[in-house]
Design a protein around this ligand. Structure first.
Ligand code: MG
Length: 286
């Protein structure tokens, strides 16, 4: 049974060759900077610490994210941010998808990530059928009719043995959306489509979504490549995404208590699966 130890961020900087930070719940609470976070980033910029913000965001461009950080008081250069939107380019490269007809359900920035990756954008139920569907941020669609259209497409292409490729940059199932409110992430809609295909065809094995963000490995692999080292520690607030994802790729992890995780002592991790248990607990970034 793994039991985490309490530490502080200065000790992690000394110990590791690179630090990876989740954004929401670690650096910002959705509106404001969390305690110690701005100072820490300033210190790391000044001392040229090898750090990256590793976030599941695929709905805004890296440039817009830099501006949002700046409005909160952070000086985070664009080359210090790795988000799941920017992984689409590598995905297209790796799977030889440049020029593929692609439907993007998401923001204009999500569409721009796809265009920059070589995708040829098409509309749902348009003249040209998509060979790739990128399921981005959950709004603003009429999801019932969108899902019905997708199901018809996936089902027919499944029968033709020519499955549509489905890409899920941000695999969050739900996300916090203000106090006591939650929104459904794109993963929730993928789940519905998979269940529907199982009912129709007994299987969804030809519709396996490629998941790029945390807790899946592509985003961590990208972070390791960018950092030039796997002697890194992932600092996050969600056991299921930040911590499990880091553990799965063999990176050490530290959980903060400023976001979704509220466990603050080693004792409180006694009943937590090893897969979800961080190596460290950080009371804050101070
Ligand atoms: Mg978070």
């Amino acid at each position: 049974m793994a039991i985490p130890t309490q530490t502080n961020v200065s000790s992690l900087i000394k110990q590791y060759d690179a630090l990876f930070f989740d954004s929401f719940g670690v650096l910002i609470d959705g509106v404001n900077a969390l305690p110690g976070a701005i100072d820490l980033i300033d210190r790391m910029n000044a001392n040229i610490v090898n750090y990256f913000v590793v976030t599941n965001d695929a709905s805004v461009s890296l440039e817009s994210r830099v501006k949002t950080f700046a409005a909160t008081g952070f000086n985070i250069p664009v080359d210090r941010i790795i988000n799941s939107g920017s992984l689409i380019a590598e995905y297209y490269e790796e799977h030889d998808l440049r020029g593929s007809s692609t439907l993007v359900l998401g923001t204009q920035d999500s569409k721009d990530y796809a265009i920059a990756s070589g995708a040829k954008l098409v509309e749902l139920a348009g003249d040209i059928e998509p060979d790739v569907v990128i399921l981005g941020h959950s709004g603003p669609h009429d999801w019932e009719s969108t899902l019905e259209n997708l199901l018809a497409l996936f089902s027919r292409r499944f029968q033709e043995n020519n499955p549509v490729r489905l890409v899920l940059p941000n695999p969050d199932f739900i996300y916090p959306n203000g106090p006591s409110n939650f929104g459904f992430g794109a993963a929730a809609f993928v789940d519905i489509l998979e269940q529907a295909l199982v009912r129709l065809h007994g299987s969804h094995d030809k519709l396996i979504a490629s998941k790029l963000g945390k807790p899946y490995s592509p985003i961590f692999t990208a972070a390791v490549v960018r950092a030039g080292t796997n002697h890194a520690v992932m600092i996050g607030d969600q056991l299921e995404t930040d911590i499990a994802g880091a553990n799965n790729v063999g990176i050490d992890s530290a959980v903060v208590t400023t976001g979704i995780n509220r466990r603050s002592t080693p004792d409180e991790f006694k009943d937590v699966d090893d897969e979800l248990t961080p190596r460290y607990i950080l009371a804050s970034l101070v």
